[in-house]
Ligand binder design. Sequence first.
Ligand SMILES: [Cu+2]
Length: 368
Amino acid sequence: MQKHIKQNSILVSILFLFIIMTGCDTSEQKSAAPVNPMGITVNGEMEAELTAPPNVPKPVGNRSAKKLIVNMEILEKEGEMAEGVKYVFWTFGGSVPGSFIRTRVGDEVEFHLKNHPDNKLPHNIDLHAVTGPGGGAASSFVAPGHEVVFSFKVINEGLYVYHCATAPVGMHIANGMYGLILVEPEGGLPKVDKEYYIMQGDFYTKGKNGETGLQAFDMQKGVDEAPEYVVFNGKVGSLTGDNAITAEVGQNVRLYVGNGGPNLISSFHVIGEIFDNVYIEGGSLINKNVQTTLIPAGGSAIVDFKVEVPGTFIIVDHSIFRTFNKGSLGMLKVTGEENKTIYSGKQIEEFTILKELPFKPCLMINLL
Ligand SMILES: [Cu+2]
């Protein structure tokens, strides 16, 4: 009898513990439960701010979900690929990459896509942020002089590529028809001091790299994946000299980086910096302390880093011939106080006269 009572009391204790533990689990799950985007109701409407690279629109911050009107016009226009090299770019909003679109999860986007009357070809848009067949492509095919309207609910946060998906798709993308749409989470991304928009693309001209004059698109080079130019923001030098992006020592910098392709994968790197955070492939997973991040064609990454010392930091595709021979070179210029502890600069420059060698006494070898 006593044995039974003892067994029962042990069972009751175990059951009690189980109930407490189960109760704890339930409350934790409740507090960590993600917001269902489909349950977010929109509150009013606004027109989306659109920006040309390297600029991005203002952060969404704490604004509520809205009906967000995007007015975008496709323009086929002649521009400069490199000094003296002209090219007819096909653009979303007049720039390569196209206008940056900034939304938040739960927004209902009403997309107005116009094809300028002076354009020669029909186009459309496939937004990777859209959940639906073709990412909007099937609903957005538009002839020159016409406008189409379609709408979508923004369900997944992240940084997404958009591009033209009209045949031949490779040609439309290769002519510059791509850009980025950012979907911020509820309450927005963590604040930083400076934000920029950079997108890589590979270009296929009839003439070899550097051949001047108006260059036509070369379909065979596109098929062969053998670009003459690999550039950031649509041209050689888009982010160098006076076009360099800037920051001050102590600031946190965020780069929204995309890769339009159409063919190449980018090994994105900033020489002399380490990315504190990388939102891998533009999604929600954050990797820390990254030197080079891989960005697939039709993909993206968000990189954050604090700039600690002044100087010019070179932005590259670390498939390095592309940088020094095909154009994928940008600059981040940082101004402010030196910090000799973090980086000393050149400390010693020694010279040795090698008297024993049959050189003239004035010949010196720099040991550094
Ligand atoms: Cu197109």
